[in-house]
Design a protein around this ligand. Structure first.
Ligand code: CP3
Length: 389
């Protein structure tokens, strides 16, 4: 399906942005940069806005979600907004009993770790998300309308005068990461309940994974159709798995989630071999923590770019994912609190190693720690734009 004409990719507003070009494996005037968890507790303007509003209520308030998404773009002049939401929002929307506890994470009213509980959960039709996703569509549309007026920044933070817009990245949780929470009923260290279930009852596991795949896939599709120019699938906890278990019990469901967006395409302006207008699919990035052993397989679920955590240097990651794959990452978030010269050396090292990939999007190896000084993040953006040229 060709994206609607007003979509930023279809209208050509973000098609040549640094971010979208990097995900296509192209280099621009400089290296694009954004940060996982760039919106959130590191920003005083976020903490102020969130007073008295619970996390999931904030996600479902379109004006608030849009404003929170825009805060780090205005402040840091990053090359993309990441939609302010959460991986459990689609579950909440279809009626699952879930809350996000501050300092802890998603907590469910019960655990889904056996066939009976999973049968109850999967009796909910994932398609019911489509009609309930209106707050998401509205928040994305509001955000994109504002981002349309924010041109990419030069190294000094000034607008670059290109007339282009800042792209929005939509996201969803991958089936395993969601199942890790669902099986446990909340956060856990080793995701033991999910890892047991996939072996103890492969049928129930498969049902749970297919269901979460369809729900996450629809959540992602809603964001892209409403205006997101790229999509990131977060399989944050996939690093808990062996390669064999990942390939057998997890990768097929991640591919299924992404099948919900693979048909969404924009015209490149060129003609293909048969003279028809050439199209490209919306770029998809796949990220997980501690996934050094899985990088090749994560690429294999059908993504354009792979996000790398801080444990594997990007030049090593480039070999593991195979030739021609753009990479995203991977400054250790711990370095944000280190003395400036140490941090600057680390940023330059990431940029240098990132040249091993055809396209590089600078990011952290995981989310921004809440106690980070926002001025440091702004400085990192300037340095990446300056040194990444
Ligand atoms: O700026 C962004 O990156 C966009 C927003 C975003 C949030 N959650 C907002 C949020 C994104 C992309 C997510 C995804 C998410 N949620 C993931 C995958 C990314 C990752 O970090 O690996 C996961 C595992 C979750 C589940 C979750 N939600 C956790 C572990 C937590 C943290 C709990 C805490 O308080 O430390 C949340 C809550 C959450 N999601 C917050 C934010 C800004 C903090 C809530 C608050 O500010 O009160």
């Amino acid at each position: 399906m060709i994206l609607p004409p007003q979509h930023p990719l279809a209208a050509g507003r973000t098609t040549e942005s640094r971010l979208v070009r990097a995900y296509r494996g192209e280099r621009s005037d400089t290296t694009p940069v954004w940060f996982m968890r760039q919106a959130g507790r590191s920003l005083p303007e976020y903490r102020e806005l969130r007073v008295g509003t619970r996390m999931l209520d904030a996600c479902l308030d379109p004006a608030m979600a849009a404003e929170i998404t825009l805060q780090p773009v205005r402040r840091h002049r990053v090359d993309a907004g990441i939609f302010f939401s959460d991986i459990v929002v689609p579950l909440k929307l279809v009626g699952v009993d879930v809350e996000i506890q501050p300092g802890r994470g998603p907590v469910f009213g019960r655990r889904y770790a056996d066939a009976a509980a999973i049968a109850e959960l999967t009796a909910i039709d994932p398609a019911s998300l489509d009609e309930r996703a209106e707050p998401i569509r509205e928040a994305v549309a509001r955000t994109v309308a504002e981002l349309d007026g924010i041109e990419p920044a030069t190294a000094s933070g000034a607008s670059d005068g290109s007339g282009g817009a800042t792209p929005l990245i939509g996201f969803a949780g991958a089936p395993f990461t969601l199942a890790a929470y669902l099986a446990e009923g909340g956060p856990s260290k080793d995701h033991l309940a999910a890892r047991t279930l996939m072996h103890a009852d492969p049928g129930a596991w498969r049902a749970l994974m297919d269901w979460t795949a369809d729900l996450s896939g629809r959540f992602l599709r809603a964001q892209v159709l409403a205006g997101a120019s790229a999509a990131q699938l977060f399989d944050s906890w996939a690093g808990a798995l062996s390669l064999g278990d990942y390939e057998r019990h997890v990768a097929p469901a991640s591919a299924r989630a992404l099948s919900h967006v693979h048909d969404l395409a924009y015209a490149t302006g060129d003609a293909d071999a048969s003279g028809e207008p050439a199209t490209l699919a919306v770029p998809v990035v796949h990220f997980g923590v501690g996934t050094g052993e899985l990088l090749g397989a994560m690429r294999g679920v059908g993504v354009d770019a792979v996000g790398v955590d801080y444990r594997v240097p990007l030049d090593v990651a480039a070999e593991r994912v195979g030739a021609g794959v753009p990479l995203q990452g991977n400054l250790d978030p711990a370095l944000l609190a280190a003395p400036a010269p140490v941090l600057e050396d680390a940023v330059r090292d990431v940029l240098r190693r990132g040249t091993a990939a055809p396209g590089h999007v600078f990011n952290l190896g995981h989310g921004v720690p809440p106690e980070t000084d926002p001025a440091v993040l702004t400085r990192v953006v300037e340095l990446v734009h300056e040194a990444g040229a």
